[in-house]
Design a protein around this ligand. Structure first.
Ligand SMILES: *Cc1c(COP(=O)(O)O)cnc(C)c1O
Length: 385
């Protein structure tokens, strides 16, 4: 089964380009809101780094989500799309002064602080402005995730977050500062996580930390568990949406929230990955010494995930119903890692065929680069075609 696309419309566009199915995006947002609202105190922020296309950001904002940003540029993008500042949270190990100042000037909801030196700088910059910054501490929970090594973030060896053993002392430090207010704890264990057991392990860790803090009568207003929910890259047509019910239910069941506490989620991939497709055209079919290559006009500059994380994307030839043949699908970039898939079956390919690289809505367009002096790919949404 192949995906359903407005082929006649798409045929007239210059490849490579991204195409976003906004009906699917809206359905996904509705499902998230429905499943999330079953639970008291749950709220979702969209992780802007997954895709900052302004058209998508506006649709996501209208669905009522907050924004999770990891740079000053993302705060600007979120504000430009109309996200209210009091729904913007800001994480990142290397916040520069202008980025912190932007967050302070905009009165964002919370800085997710990742080190003591960063806390000191936020306090200083806030003092200069006569402001009080709301801060949460990103704790490295030392919880693994069953996903690719490059996208685990919650292990002791990773650069992210504050070590568990420093949690109490950093909360004490904040309490002694005049221009920061401690509001909560933040965690994020990784991305493309399909095993709910990984999120359960995070819940267990947070329960322990909360018990520990309770003994010292520390009030924690909010808990932020980050994002990481994965999608089914193998079956984009049959399973076009992540299992949001299982995800929220896991937290509702395992995480012991205290009365009045809010629980924040930062979903990126699961919101936007399924609705995006990278379209390319076949340039050449090349019979190599040992295999056949389908050379397309999109490359790792347009979608780097396969080269960076050996990520799988389902690929379909939308122009052919001829018998299947086995190809390596490769781009034109002068790098051996510029490969979308090895030894996959496609309907026989010819020059000019329209190729769909599926589930590319997250960490696709936003990671595009100009390497080889290539132009950046355009992004089209279904409702404007
Ligand atoms: C990347 C990131 C997310 C989103 O992760 P997904 O796997 O796309 O859901 C959430 N929070 C933080 C802090 C992140 O860095």
């Amino acid at each position: 089964m192949k995906g359903k696309f407005p082929i006649e419309r798409l045929k007239s566009l210059k490849t490579p380009f991204y195409y976003y199915d906004t009906d699917l995006l809206r359905e996904t947002l509705d499902t998230i809101n429905r499943e999330c609202s079953r639970h008291e105190g749950f709220c979702v922020h969209y992780a802007v780094k997954a895709n900052a296309n302004p058209k998508l950001l506006r649709i996501i904002r209208r669905a009522g989500m907050g924004a999770d940003c990891v740079s000053g540029g993302e705060i600007e993008a979120a504000l430009a799309a109309g996200f209210p500042a009091d729904k913007i949270v800001y994480a990142g190990v290397g916040k520069s002064d202008w980025e912190i100042n932007l967050g302070l000037d905009s009165d964002i909801a919370c800085f997710n602080v990742e080190s003591v030196p960063e806390l000191e700088v936020i306090n200083e910059l806030a003092e200069k402005k006569g402001k009080k910054a709301r801060v949460a501490f990103r704790i490295n929970p030392e919880v693994g995730a069953h996903t690719h090594a490059n996208i685990t973030t919650g292990l002791a060896e990773n650069k992210f977050g504050i070590a568990i053993r420093d949690m109490e002392s950093v909360i004490d430090k904040a309490a002694a500062m005049n221009n920061v207010t401690f509001v909560g704890l933040h965690f994020h264990i990784g991305s493309q996580i399909l095993d709910m057991g990984d999120f359960q392990a995070l819940c267990n860790r947070i329960n322990d930390l909360q018990t520990q803090l309770e003994k010292r009568r520390v009030i924690v207003e909010s808990i932020n568990v980050g994002g990481g929910l994965g999608i089914d890259y193998q079956h984009p047509n049959r399973v076009p949406m992540a299992d949001f019910k299982a995800y929220f239910d896991t937290y509702a069941k395992r995480l012991k929230l205290r009365p009045g506490q809010t629980l924040h989620f930062e979903l990126g991939r699961a919101v936007v990955a399924p609705c995006g497709t990278l379209f390319a055209r076949t340039l050449y079919i090349k019979e190599g010494a040992v295999k056949k290559f389908c050379i397309v006009d999109a490359g790792m500059t347009d979608l780097i995930r396969p080269a960076l994380y050996q990520a799988y994307h389902k690929i379909e030839n939308l122009s052919s119903e001829e018998p299947m043949e086995t190809y390596d699908v490769v781009g034109p970039i002068c790098e051996s890692s510029d490969v979308f898939a090895k030894q996959i079956d496609l309907n026989r390919c010819h020059r000019g065929d329209l190729i769909a690289i599926r589930s590319a809505g997250a960490y696709g367009e936003i990671m595009a680069s100009g390497y080889n002096c290539r132009p950046l790919p355009k992004g089209y949404v279904s409702e404007e075609l």
